[in-house]
Ligand binder design. Structure first.
Ligand code: S3P
Length: 439
């Protein structure tokens, strides 16, 4: 860092105790989808528990740019006045997705069958991320889409004559699956997608709530084009991916336990719980009764002695966003931990394998960066030091939690993007017992 660097950073004093009860903000994946489906539905959609993070606000503004009327009677309450997909109008300005990969990829599917043209752009990180994984199959459906060497800007020439396809995804990606389902709604015939491993199924669940018939069979999901969506009520649970930071914080430092309230525990998201339990973690779920589209639970976590594991490959897509904080847990577990089959982490907001490996090395943890994962020898704690988050929200929050087990202060650079998924993180972390300040 040079003295002219004015990007915000965290400084976290070592040690501290974690405890009490917390409710983390709403789920990012579900908030994006509720806005988008509300935007193409006929009638009002009321969203409660909405994540007021920068990523979801990019989706909200993009929908407004496409002519959708949206009201926000409270920060976590949004009313989308949908008038059906046919009521969308083209935006003369490029639609700016900010840092949000989910927004860009899902909008590609949503906009491809529209009769107007669109241009999608994003911030420096998003402009480097791969978009052909969505553009390719959309072209097979008849879409006219151009990327710049596979990356944004994405130019979509509206083509209201798309046709359904049968597509086997080469990567396990809920964003690709969701984009193709959205395009399939505006296409003729049936769109069928099979996945190489289960990925988050929020789109499928929510389409059902909007009145769309979605068929699931084994590893594939399909729908008929032309089905109308009816506005509905969406209750967004607290984001498991945000709760994950406090689950690990509590494993490190909650002698008397920590209670996380009302967390989304969709089984396609909670691979981290299985991984941590295999390491010896004391985590208990109190599931909520009811028939909501998304299951929720209170999660109670106590300080635990962890041991290293080899993470089964099938758990990787079910914990894809939790690896930064999982690697912190692994660094404190006795013995070796290995993660393989996680090459997707290299194309997230930053290369999360490289960023975590170098940050762990700064804090004195023995580790090896692998092509598709990371090997860590844990158990000797953390030294202090300055770690670069590379502008990645989850890397920043993971290293902030690491300070609980450090011998000296940990400073984390370039943390403004924490607000993309977890607005208020430093304040909530302080309330839970972390000695964190933003500089
Ligand atoms: C998401 C899917 C995942 C995940 C991302 C959110 C979604 O991405 O990493 O944070 O909401 O569909 P991939 O589809 O690229 O795995």
């Amino acid at each position: 860092m040079n003295s002219a660097d004015i990007r915000p950073r965290f400084r976290v004093a070592p040690g501290g105790r974690i405890g009490g009860e917390l409710t983390v903000p709403g789920d990012k994946s579900i908030s994006h989808r509720a806005l988008m489906l509300g935007g193409i539905a006929a009638g009002d959609t009321e969203i409660n528990g909405f994540l007021e993070g920068a990523d979801c606000l990019s989706t909200l503004r993009a929908l407004q740019g496409l002519g959708v009327r949206i009201e926000r009677p409270a920060p976590e309450r949004v009313v989308v006045h949908g008038a059906g997909a046919a009521a969308l109008i083209g935006s003369s300005a490029p639609l700016d997705m900010g840092n949000a990969g989910t927004a860009m990829r899902l909008f590609m599917g949503l906009l491809a069958p529209q009769p107007f043209d669109s241009v999608l752009i994003g911030d420096e990180s998003l402009m480097r991320r791969p978009m052909e994984r969505v553009a390719g199959p959309l072209r097979q459906m008849g879409a006219r889409i151009e990327t710049r060497e596979g990356r944004p800007p994405v130019h979509i020439r509206g083509t209201p004559t798309l046709h359904g396809i049968d597509f086997r995804m080469p990567v396990a990606s809920a964003q690709v699956k969701s984009a193709l389902l959205l395009a399939g709604l505006g296409a003729s015939g049936r769109t069928r997608i099979s996945e190489p491993a289960p990925t988050r199924d929020h789109t499928e669940r929510m389409l059902g709530a909007f009145g769309v018939a979605v068929h699931r069979e084994g590893s594939s999901v399909s729908l008929e084009g032309g089905q109308p969506l009816r506005g509905t009520q969406v209750q967004v649970p607290a984001d498991f991916s945000s709760a994950a930071f406090f689950i690990v914080a509590a494993l490190l430092a909650a002698e008397d336990g920590l209670l996380l309230r009302n967390v989304g525990v969709n089984p396609t998201r909670t691979g981290l719980l299985e991984m941590l339990k295999r390491m010896g973690a004391d985590i208990r779920l109190q599931p909520h009764a009811g028939v909501a589209a998304e299951p929720t639970a209170d999660i109670e976590v106590r300080k635990s002695r962890l041991r290293g594991i080899h993470v089964p490959r099938e758990l990787v897509p079910l914990a894809i966003d939790e690896f930064p904080i999982f690697f912190i847990a692994a660094a404190l577990a006795e013995g070796e931990t290995t993660v393989r089959g996680a090459e997707e982490l290299r194309v997230k907001e930053t290369d999360r394998l490289a960023a975590m490996s170098s940050g762990l090395s700064v804090l004195g943890v023995d580790n090896h960066l692998l092509d598709d994962g990371l090997w860590i020898r844990g158990g000797s704690g953390f030294g202090g030091g300055t770690v670069d988050s590379h502008g990645d929200h989850r890397i920043a929050m993971a290293f902030a939690i690491a300070a609980l087990a450090a011998r000296a202060p940990v400073e984390i650079l370039d943390v403004a993007n924490v607000a993309t998924s977890f607005p208020g993180f430093p304040e909530l972390a302080r309330a839970a017992g972390l000695a964190i300040e933003t500089l």
